[in-house]
Design a protein around this ligand. Sequence first.
Ligand code: PEP
Ligand code: MG
Length: 756
Amino acid sequence: MPVSAAASAREILTRLHDVMAARSPAQAKLNQVVEIIGEALDSEVCSIYLLREGVLELFATRGLAPEAVHVTKLALGEGLVGTIAEQNEILNLDEAASHPDFAYKPETGEDRYHSFAGVPIVRRERSVGVLAVQHADPRRYADIEIEALQTVAMVLSELIANAGLIDQGGPKDRVQSTATVRTAGQKLVDGMAAGYAVFHQPRVTIEHTVAEDTEAERHRVYAAFDKMREQIDRIAREAEFGVGDEHQEVIATYKMFAYDEGWARRINEAIDSGLTAEAAIERVQQRTRQRMRQIDDPLLADRMHDLEDLSNRLLRIVSGQMGTAAQLGLRQDTILIARNLGPAELLEYDRRRLKGVILEEGSLTAHVTIVARAMGVPVLGRVRDVRRTIAEGDLLLLDVTEGSVLVRPTLPMEEAFDAKLVLRQKRKAAYAALRDLAPQTRDGHRITVMVNAGLRDDVAALDVTGADGIGLFRTEFQFLVSATLPQRERQQRLYREVLDAAGDRPVVFRTVDIGGDKALPYLVSDDAEEENPAMGWRALRLALERDGLMKAQARALLEAAAGRTLNVMFPMVSEAWEFDEAKALFEAQRNWIASRGRRLPNEIRYGAMLEVPSLAYQLDLLLPRVQFLSIGTNDLTQFLFAADRANPKLAERYDWLSTSILRFVKLVSDQARAAGVPVAVCGEMGGRPLEAMALIGLGIERLSITPAAVGPIKAMIRSIDRARLGERMTALLAQPPRDFRGALSEWATGEGVELA
Ligand code: PEP
Ligand code: MG
């Protein structure tokens, strides 16, 4: 028996190298491979099964009956071979027949053999075949022999893929290739979608497994390690300023792995065995994955996840495959999978092809979620272990309403999903029928329902939903999708198009809210990274300081709205004087345009967003100055509860239906009403039926919500009696129940309120 795993594998790989380089047909190569492996591992039998049309077919054998080749076939999950392929796991048995999954195939004549070892042949994280050895004496194969088999299986995957011997992972073949899994997550953007898994940071496909020059491969890995360590050090340095505890922990783990000598040594050993740098990294990762699978410890599983990430990073560096899926061209019906995304990263994707997003992190009011909502893309967040359960190209049925995703569904599951989708479409059609009906309560109160928008195409939502206008146009979205700062002309063009499309319906343009999690690479603070960007130099704070940016935007807005009404709203106003300054800046631009005899808007209405709690204590100063007010509950909630809106750990901790938020909104709304200033709610809270109901119960009469919510919110409004609701809310707020949501929901059910 060979002395070491590396030596054993190297001996085989050297011989395989010659086979692979030869110009013989693929079948002849496979025949040679089984001979080489059988001999090297001193096994009477060596067989290769490959997945073809969803079935494992015996392709080559040494030792089994030659007539069985291309005749013996096993379904996935059938027999030992089928089990290995389905479970993607190794079997090493001294007595094959005593294993519960053993299935005897008489045509092979394998009854003489007792011991059995098999490993999956994996291509793009999916079993595409099985390499098995058998022996007459009952003996277990040694670990190093299994190691050698795995290394050979890796090389085989290259050989058979190049020869086109296997199913090339067309979506239909994939579906059948492993078991169905259902995983749960948090509902971030409601919706359903069927599509194929695409990783935001794709896994590297390994093209060559056998090294031509081992020393050259070693140098490639060293260089990649250096580069990866540099990257991790940089991230760690930046993180010292930037992020919270959880991230610090993750980064510390990354650093530990990046500098782990054991990891580097194992990769080196795999290179010694004759693999290329890429194959060696992957081989070591496979092995670690296998070991970890046997340990049932959630903490370790998290660490494994970090190591997977890092290993993938190393692979991407060594292979030079650095782009994200957005840059690599997207397939139709993509369901994008990522640990987390920034809003700008999401906007890089072609929204016609992007059907859904699955995030391992994510939270309800993070901007990436808002952007996805604006794009009409359902998002499921906080899904654990995606890399382990989902492989690139898997068919996924994403059902955010249920809070789950089905991975590799069966046909009946697909049919049930389609049926549900049809029902959903019907419901949508029912909402669409409300398009021309006014959002009026049963007792005759007309509520103004507007939509939030930010992209040019969003404006179409006005006609589709029959909304009363755009209550929040997030102008920074144009900045987020651009690689460079959008020039004034481009801004103006967008604003004009939006106003044209809106016709006589009002549009409230919010001036740029950049910073926080809406960072722009071309517009950064001169100082070091901010420790707390959501509370940092963002929105109006940034705009008043970098006033060139704000002036250009003011000009663009004023000129775009020539001859019409311009509604301008400033974000993150924390004190009344900030509003004054922003307005003065606009007025100066107005005067400048007027001095040149150019046409101005007929009317300019200025408003402020109330999303920083401090402003609530200056309402007596602010209200006489503004024409309207809009409560941004997304930021407001994070500041009121001191809970980062993008932190997944806090995602479910505080409820919008809590006494503090509701009392706060009532305070603001009552004062605004007394001052005769219309007040709207434009945060995500207003787009949820029960929450919107509560807001109306507090006296809110204007909502600006995500377009998809207009139908359900209208249905809710048309089913309530506002007077009764108001009484109920007053009573609840006077003596708040611990479970505010429960109490409201119970009341709504009793009243027959329509809550989608
Ligand atoms: C808000 O904070 O509630 C809001 C509407 O603004 P944004 O989500 O864009 O920060
Ligand atoms: Mg905000």
